[in-house]
Design a protein around this ligand. Sequence first.
Ligand SMILES: Nc1ncnc2c1ncn2[C@@H]1O[C@H](COP(=O)(O)OP(=O)(O)O)[C@@H](O)[C@H]1O
Ligand SMILES: [Mg+2]
Length: 278
Amino acid sequence: MTVRRGEFLGLAGHTGSGKSTLVQHLNGLIRPQEGSICALGLDLSNKKDAAAVKAKVGVVFQYPERQLFAETVAQDVAFGPHNLGLPQDEVDRRVESSLSRVGLDLTTVGDKSPFELSGGQQRRVAFAGVLAMEPEVLALDEPMAGLDPAARRDFLELIDRLHRDGLTVVMVSHSMDDLANCCDRIVVMNEGAVFAEGTPAQVFAHADELKSIGLGVPAAQRMALALAEAGVPLRRGGLYTVESLADELADLLIGRSDGPSNVADIAKSKTVAREEGC
Ligand SMILES: Nc1ncnc2c1ncn2[C@@H]1O[C@H](COP(=O)(O)OP(=O)(O)O)[C@@H](O)[C@H]1O
Ligand SMILES: [Mg+2]
């Protein structure tokens, strides 16, 4: 499989399909027994290259907050850059900027023990520790696992922003909705191998095959299917995000293909229609 520079790649697959194993290969934490892995033009089987890649491909493990260890937040985030042998003022700059990238303020939390913070904040600190290495690629293993819905949304937004800022992102997720909303492409794993790969539209067009390996499709797509079965004449395929389904329903309700393209417009049209006595 290939991860393209600058893309947001989703990794899906049943528990035990090999997602975490694959992610840990991306920066040489695990070495392949056969085959090879190249990252950023470097071959990971070469020891010197592997060391260079480690700094450029940041891996955020599942429940990364479990790896916090230092006495203060600032020390924890500084650990990686300090080990790179960077001068102190550069380490300080990176600590401040990476905390700010995850929405935390150095002056407020820097001297606190990471263990005084909430679970969501602890995860942000752990995340900042990886960003402080200034990676070009970010590989995240189920980054939203165990977070409540609001924290999930915040975190996904944060990852999306990092991607828009130029990072290549590889994200393992069990949520087909998150993958549908964020990814340029999705790789589906099954039994340690790539089962399918493509844009969300291409991957989700194969709902039956996904079902055969224990995976579902996004909620909007399930609803589109239920509506179609109930006789609502929706166009086939491509309706895997809430926005696309809402647009399609709006078009249907208004009854013409050049009609309004969002729910706010349709509400307005309905008011206008009512006022006009239609
Ligand atoms: N390509 C592979 N070939 C053989 N075994 C694999 C392969 N990928 C993963 N495994 C093994 O399968 C198990 C589950 O893998 P893991 O990466 O934890 O799955 P996931 O993160 O998808 O739940 C592990 O014991 C791992 O060593
Ligand atoms: Mg896993």
